[in-house]
Design a protein around this ligand. Structure first.
Ligand code: C5P
Length: 234
């Protein structure tokens, strides 16, 4: 019998960019389009998985045939990700999560007044959701013990060697099983339809390169995830 590689698996994917409100009309955001996360959701769906898409702000519609949970802020994404992880075989954090949020959110629109000094925005750190998912998985508090957790990293550097070194340090720091690394700066990634990545594995196997459309890159990432689940983890 032919079985799709992710048949019977539940895959949670975060996509897009969080928006951190300042007041009812303003926010701090980022340039993530959500295209890579949506392409991953499609590839996982087509590989037979039950897919849950945790959608922050995206410029593209979510694909058909996946469950969509809308979120706005990093804290909302954290709640949704921790809940979804409870029954997910795979969690892929492809969302661009704001590292900081305004310390205070005004209930009313912040006004400009001629008599007042220039406003100052104080920021506080957001939790690192990826790191928290790994810690909970490792502590046996969330999801299957064999849960595979995948992070993304957009790194700048003068050379591919620099970028790989930074990314390897990040892989160890975050503790995720796979880290998908973009070298940004030379290739622009945000909002584009193509991408070039290196997939690093905690297991220490050779870095794997994938390039092409975001669909091609997603297919390579999903293949690698299937391989890890079906051959490396058990
Ligand atoms: O540390 P850095 O932001 O480069 O890590 C990127 C990875 O960590 C991505 O997978 C992103 O979704 C995730 N992340 C997170 N929570 C944050 C910041 C990033 O889960 N607060």
């Amino acid at each position: 019998d032919y079985q799709l590689p992710l048949a019977g698996r539940t895959v949670t994917i975060s996509a897009g960019g969080t928006r951190e409100p300042l007041d009812p009309v303003r926010f701090l955001g980022n340039r993530s389009s959500g295209k890579q996360g949506v392409a991953l959701a499609l590839a996982a769906r087509d590989a037979g998985a039950t897919v849950r898409l945790l959608a922050a702000h995206m410029e593209v519609p979510p694909p058909a045939g996946v469950e969509v949970v809308r979120v706005e802020t990093a804290l909302q994404l954290r709640e949704a990700a921790l809940a979804a992880a409870a029954d997910s075989d795979v969690v892929i954090m492809s969302a661009a999560v704001a590292d900081f949020r305004p310390a205070e959110v005004s209930d009313t629109k912040i006004k400009k007044r001629d008599d007042s000094a220039d406003p100052v925005i104080t920021l506080v750190r957001n939790p690192d959701i990826l790191h928290e998912l790994v810690e909970r998985r490792n502590a046996g508090d969330a999801g299957p013990a064999s849960q595979l957790i995948v992070g993304f990293a957009a790194e700048t550097g003068d050379s591919d060697g620099d970028v790989l070194a930074y990314a390897e340090a990040k892989l160890r720091r975050k503790g995720c099983d796979l880290l998908v690394v973009n070298h940004v700066g030379t290739d622009k990634v945000f909002g584009q339809d193509t991408n070039a990545v290196v997939i690093l594995a905690r297991s220490g196997s050779e870095p794997q390169e994938a390039a092409g459309s975001k669909a091609d890159v997603s297919a390579a990432i999903i293949n690698r995830i299937s391989y890890e689940l079906n051959h490396v983890l058990p």
